[in-house]
Design a protein around this ligand. Sequence first.
Ligand code: PAF
Length: 282
Amino acid sequence: MRLITNIQEMRLFSSDVKKSGKTIVFVPTMGYLHDGHGSLLAKGRELGDILVMSIFVNPIQFGAKEDYAAYPRDLNNDLKMAEANKVDIVFSPTAEDMYPEGFQTYLDVERLSNHLCGLARPGHFRGVATVVIKLFNIIKPDTALFGEKDFQQLLVIKRMVQDLNIGIDVVGMPIIREEDGLAMSSRNSHLNKSERKAALCLFQAIMKGKDMYESGIKDAEPILKEVRNIIEEEPLAVVDYIRVCDINTLEDLEKITDKALLALAVKIGKTRLVDNIVLSNS
Ligand code: PAF
C-alpha cells in the first residue's frame, strides 16, 4: 500500500494505471474509518483492479458553526485499516493543495440539495459535490462507492455524474449498523455513554416506521407522528427533520404508493446524527 499526499503524484499514478488498461475503484472518505467504510472497501476490492481510498476532511462542506476542527482524525489507525482492507493507494491531500488561494469554482446540484440535510446545512452539498468532482478529476476512477447512510449525498453524486456526463459508475452500499442497530458513523465517537444510549432512538424510530408501513399504513402522517413521538421521548434528542419522501427527488410524500425514503436527522447533545430506511413492498 502506498500513501500519496501530492495531487500531481496521484494524477500521474492514475494516468499510468489507465495506460496499462487496468481499472480504478475509488472510495472517498473523511477518515476515522469504521466497519461501514470497511464494507465499501471490501466491495470496492471486488469491482476493479486498483483500489484507491481518499482521506480528506473537506473544509468546504462544513458550515461556519459546524465541527470541522473537531471532526475526528486518526491517520495512523486509518492507514492500518486501509492496509487490512487491501487498499492499493491512500490519497490524503492537504486542504491548502485542494483549495489554494484564489479558488472560486463550486458545483451546485440544485434541487436535490434543497431538501433534508441541505436545509439545516446550507452549502453542505455544494462542498460535497465540489470536492467529489475534484477527487474524480484527480483519481480518474471507473467506479466509486458511497454509503447509503448519507442517502441524499449518494443521490447528489449520482445526479452530478449523470448531468455532467462524467462516466463513472456510482455504487451505493447498505448502511452498516452496530449490534444494537445504531448506524455506524465517525461522529458516533463524539457521543458520551448516556448520549450513545440515547442515540438508539434513531434506529428504534425508523424500525417503528418500517413496522407501521409493513402492517399496511401507507399515509405518511401517522408514520411521521409515531416516529417523532419515539425521538421526543428521549430527553437528550432534538429533532432536526423527519421526512417521508420520494427516493429519487426527495420531495415529501403524503401517501406511499410504491417506495419511499423515511429519513431523519437528530441532534444528540452536540452531535448531529442521520439515519434512514427505504420503505418498500418488495
Ligand atoms: O461521506 C463523506 O465522508 C464525505 O462527504 C465525502 C464523500 C468523502 C466528501 O468529503
